[in-house]
Write a protein that binds this ligand. Sequence first.
Ligand code: ADP
Length: 485
Amino acid sequence: MIDVLSVASEAYPLIKTGGLADVAGALPGALSPHGVLMRTLIPGYPAVMREAEGARVVHEFDDLFDGRARLLAGRAAGLDLIILDAPHLYDRPGNPYLDPTGRDWPDNWKRFAALSWVAGKLALGLIEGYQPQIVHAHDWTAGLALAYVKYGPSDQVKTVLTVHNLVFQGHFSSDIFGRLDLPPHAYWEGVEYYGGVGYLKAGLAAADAITTVSPTYAREIRSPAFGAGLEGLINARAGALHGITNGIDIQAWNPATDPALRQNYASNTVHKRHINKQSIAERFGIVGDGMMFSVVSRITDQKGIDLIAANVDWLVSLGATLVILGSGDAMLESALLAAAARHPGRVGMVRGYDEALSHLIQGGADAILVPSRFEPCGLTQLYGLRYGCVPVVARTGGLADTVIDANEAAVDAGVATGVQFSPITSEALGEAIQRAVTLYGHEKVWRRMQRRGMKSDVSWDASARRYADLYASLLGLERDDYSGD
Ligand code: ADP
């Protein structure tokens, strides 16, 4: 077995704000058949501590970034966890990064330096009987862990950084550097970022391997348009960069057994989805039986929500309806709420985060709109494929890699699974909506697309194998050395 320490600031089902949590929560289970034992280091937020019953204390710190802290080890929610219980850093309301008013916690630099510093110590064998061979850090919140490993006294442990979204970088003022417990030369060797300290940058510079969550995004981030200021470094590290597409948890997301659906179904009973569609209509105040588009998303500029707002009147004029679940940017939310008010019975919005409702939407809406300006992988289109909720997506990042556009050749060959559009403009989205409405009008073609999508392999299996192979190659192992298969 290969022993991997995953360092993640969120992991489903314990705590989730986005796709990172889904990946961090699913990878350990997906990797175990491939000869990888993954433990997850996670901050002890209230939601995590509630699940920590039975975990044992394996280490205590008298002073971890200005407060007492403990490490707890145990199993919860199907994960092998090492929980960093540091109440002065994590015992607070709000989400992992923001206070209840939606602002970044002012001490985020310290909260995620502490997580990363502890990962560095675990790599050095801090807990008796536990020596990871690989430290696998996720996003900026764990990026510094790889610098701590790099500048630690041992270079036995190999490191991987997965970038789920390059835009979130953990950029802080340079005065914190002296408090990070890194050697002075680390600053100019990779931690410095535009005159300050960059946690993601530090991880990109230090990692033995860098992965991002789709091959197209791995290519895109080498250009200024997608590189968010880091393209120079990413190009310099191109030899270490890999694109591995995310999978989804096909047990948790299974329309045949999903308890959040009013009616379960499979690809040969896809017509039964209309019962779920009825439930959604009741919940969102939708009247009539037109084609139902849906959105389940953070309401942000990245997700192209303004393009949706610009197309609502058009969509309704085509006889379709729209349901939206999400929250985020206040201006964009108001634009959507105004659209809902303009079209009572045709457009409905539920503000907030609702896991069960997101399942019901995938299980009943006809199509899911994902017009992201950039999308490292995207998960909602994968859920859409699995549930027969046809994805209508921007041609970028993981959306480009996972959906097969219903162009004429693909429809004729019976391989289409959705609709893609580019450039990413409101006009192009408008045309895509029209194409989807037309395809929906051809029942046979539509059903075939739904079934084809439901048969796409969106599981973790192939991707988990790629991660396992990457770990093995970093350690100089052959598959037979660590895996039973
Ligand atoms: P990102 O991580 O950029 O937000 P992804 O598509 O990778 O985007 O992952 C988003 C995840 O969050 C998906 O699992 C999606 O179903 C879920 N999600 C987003 N908004 C909501 C919401 N309002 N309610 C429930 N689930 C949501």
